[in-house]
Design a protein around this ligand. Sequence first.
Ligand code: SF4
Length: 278
Amino acid sequence: MIKGTQNSPVKIDRFLPYPEEMPPLESFDWIDVNISGGNDSTAALLYMLYGYNVPKEKVTLFHARVDGPPENEVFFDWPSTQSHLEYLSRHFGDLPLVVAWDEKGFETRIRERGMFPDSSARYCTSYLKRDVYLKYARTRSKGNILCVTGERHEESSRRAGYPCWQVNSATAETKGRYVYNFRPILHLKKFEVSELIRSAGVKEHEAYQWTSRVSCRWCIFASSEELSAVAKLFPDAWERLKNLETSIGHTMKYQKGKRIPLCEFIHEDSEFEQLLLK
Ligand code: SF4
């Protein structure tokens, strides 16, 4: 059993066994924790620092900005994500923070395809997150790199099948670069993640006041209640999202197998009528 250090702000005692097939943890030169700003990736960071006790000097926080280059106006990203990431970096003792992006960004990808992603064509994650990290990992010519992510088995039937480790496709034996994916919190339940964050004294991303998950403000998996709450907070970006639907002729959400416009999905028209009746 691996135990937390004496300096650990939290007690971490429910571990996945470290995979024997992977190189020893001490042999990694870089430990990149892919961080969205949400609780799961923050919990994965806590596990690495205070559970597996990796040296802080090897840890980098890696974040993929879904809207593309910083000169692009914030649309799918939460406006507060950058400052939350900076807070996390400071909180954990000035960990290096790398923010990278897909040059096109989410809106351009949607327009090019003429459709929003969905669970069977989830190109958002691959273009905007996975590929962005691969490009970053390939900038290192030689060494062992651990790519840490915060997926959990409980989240979906797809994630229930995820292994806790894999060889990452950025591996290039001829260059001496070996990249491994590691998912240290696959076994945790949502409530355990929340408890861990709370007991470690880490501030949550503000998005949790309105949504159950953090990454995109307008996530394809958001519920009607979540989208409705976020639409009220950001009316201009909401209008822009609805215009995007209209201009590509494809809707972001569907119900009972049928595509429906966003305004219908959140019952916006009936909310508006209620306001008029008041
Ligand atoms: S948060 Fe939702 S919309 Fe954004 S990349 Fe992930 S699955 Fe896609």
